[in-house]
Design a protein around this ligand. Structure first.
Ligand code: DX5
Ligand code: ZN
Length: 220
């Protein structure tokens, strides 16, 4: 079954526990946490202490997206904080294989992410080692940007790559996902749909997630 992962980047950070409880009640499958360092991306968000606090208020899997330079330097803190999935950017980790192994040795699922302009060929020598592949469909750094439509062939290409090389890998799509395009994105092969502003800026989270779920059900 395809999964919906609300990104708390667009939530009210002053009421984080309530916001997470609200999406949990509304039917979210996991919580997507965007970590930004002000270097890899021009924005700064949250780090391990807040993730540790989030861990205590939800049983949903924590899907942590590290948009930080040299993630290997602080990996232990993210593992310790209680992440389920830790995703690093291929553009940000020089020794990617070592980083992925360290995530797995820490007992977490290991994801790698590609920016919109980074080709799938960057995955050639890491496909057998990962648990999740995150395709960015906006340039990372901010919520509320429009889905880059030219990413559709990349999603279908990623699906083919996974099916041929390592079928257990989950394909996640992040950026500009809405009720209107979620069906087409799932149809292209995505397993996990991240949605920030389209959920947290909507008046009723349950209605929005329900509509998304309906669109996903329509995809074979
Ligand atoms: C962007 C983040 C996304 C972001 C998505 O850098 O990685 O997870 O929260 O937000 P929306 O869904 O509003 O594009
Ligand atoms: Zn993200």
């Amino acid at each position: 079954m395809r999964k919906i992962a609300p990104s708390i980047l667009s939530s009210n950070f002053a009421k984080l526990a309530e916001e997470i409880a609200a999406v949990e009640d509304a039917g979210a499958d996991m919580v997507h946490v965007d970590v930004m360092d002000g270097r890899f991306v021009p924005n700064l968000t949250i780090g391990p202490p807040i993730i540790g606090s989030i861990r205590k208020v939800t049983d949903l899997p924590l899907d942590v997206h590290l948009m930080i330079e040299a993630p290997e330097r602080s990996l232990d803190q993210y593992i310790e904080a209680g992440c389920d999935f830790i995703t690093v950017h291929v553009e940000a980790s020089t020794h990617l294989h070592r980083t992925v192994q360290a995530v797995k040795e820490g007992g977490c699922k290991a994801g790698v992410s590609l920016n919109p302009a980074t080709p799938l060929s960057m995955l050639d020598d890491i496909m057998e080692d990962i648990d999740l592949l995150l395709i960015m469909t906006v340039n990372p750094g901010f919520g509320g940007q429009a889905f880059i439509k030219t990413m559709f062939p990349k999603i279908t290409g990623a699906r083919r790559l996974i099916d041929s090389r390592n079928p257990g890998v989950l394909l996640e799509v992040d950026g500009g996902v809405t009720v209107d395009n979620i069906g087409a994105i799932a149809d292209a092969g995505a397993d996990i749909l991240v949605a920030g502003s389209s959920i947290f800026h909507s008046p009723d989270y349950a209605v929005t997630i329900g509509r998304m779920r309906e669109r996903l059900r329509a995809v074979v």
